[in-house]
Write a protein that binds this ligand. Structure first.
Ligand code: ADP
Ligand code: MG
Length: 254
């Protein structure tokens, strides 16, 4: 993996009126990694992402994306990123092929709808309406739409919230595949097991401040070195392992 930063955030502050939602955070995202932004509700994750995505004004600080300064070249940044819309933003009565054509038109881009649907394993659903998809399929489709402009970086804000374990795993594979094909991924999640298997590095943000940033492994080792021990003896499997063992990894509602 390249160690070069593709995103550099310095002293980023965002105030909503008197309330400081982001209190001067600095971090880098390296090219080609899956970078996780973790934190409780209200920590400032979405605010931070939306500022980098050019969708929200910052109060102060600097943001560089692939060599472009957010203050000077927001249009250049927009062109090289893919942002996952909330799934509610899709026209429910258009089928997937029609929706892709709509997006391709917006981006004035060339993209083969069938190839794109294949990439996210939805080629069988090309003629299905968006509203007819399962939760996992909706998420896969919305991730597909982030790839339309062949972005260097994609932003996924809680893409697995509400999915069943099979659909969640399936999405992990898709996100890793996107990373392996050279796209940098920034993701937020509330699932620490997910962050542990998926993210190359994570930042933990709480009340608008970054309180830790490193690889999941390093953060775990650091905690263990302080003498931390789990009260309960760790079993070799957990209930999710039982669930997947019994119900299999195959996707449902397909
Ligand atoms: P997260 O994504 O980590 O849950 P957000 O970035 O959405 O957190 O929100 C951070 C804080 O900023 C929260 O306290 C939230 O209520 C507040 N906030 C977010 N958007 C607005 C807004 N448009 N106006 C006022 N406060 C907001
Ligand atoms: Mg959020």
């Amino acid at each position: 993996m390249s160690a070069l930063p593709i995103i550099t955030v310095k002293d980023l502050v965002k105030s909503y009126g008197n309330f400081k939602a982001v209190k001067g955070i600095s971090f880098e995202v390296k090219e080609g990694e899956i970078f996780g932004l973790l934190g409780p509700n209200g920590a400032g994750k979405s605010t931070t992402l939306e500022i980098i995505e050019t969708l929200r004004e910052k109060t102060s600080g600097t943001v560089m994306v692939n060599g472009f300064d957010l203050d000077k070249s927001p249009e250049s940044i927009k062109k090289m990123i893919g942002v996952q819309l909330q799934t509610a933003g899709f026209y429910p009565n258009l089928n997937l092929t029609e929706l892709i054509h709509l997006f391709v038109g917006l981006y004035q881009n060339e993209m083969d709808a069938t190839a794109l649907l294949q990439k996210v394993n939805l080629e069988d659903k090309a003629k299905a309406k968006f509203k007819e998809l399962s939760g996992g399929q909706k998420q896969r489709f919305s991730i597909a739409t982030t790839l339309i402009n062949k972005p260097k970086i994609i932003f996924l804000d809680e893409p697995t919230t509400g999915l069943d374990p099979q659909a969640r795993r399936n999405l992990w594979d898709l996100i890793k595949e996107i990373r392996d094909n050279g796209t940098t991924v920034i993701i937020t999640t509330h699932y620490m097991d997910e962050a542990e298997v998926l993210c190359d590095r994570v930042a933990i943000i709480d009340s608008g401040k970054i309180i830790a940033i490193n690889t999941p492994n390093h953060l775990i080792d650091e905690l263990v070195e302080t003498g931390f021990e789990k009260v309960k003896e760790v079993k070799k499997a957990n209930l999710e392992d039982v669930f997947i063992h019994l119900t299999g990894k195959a996707l449902r509602e397909e």
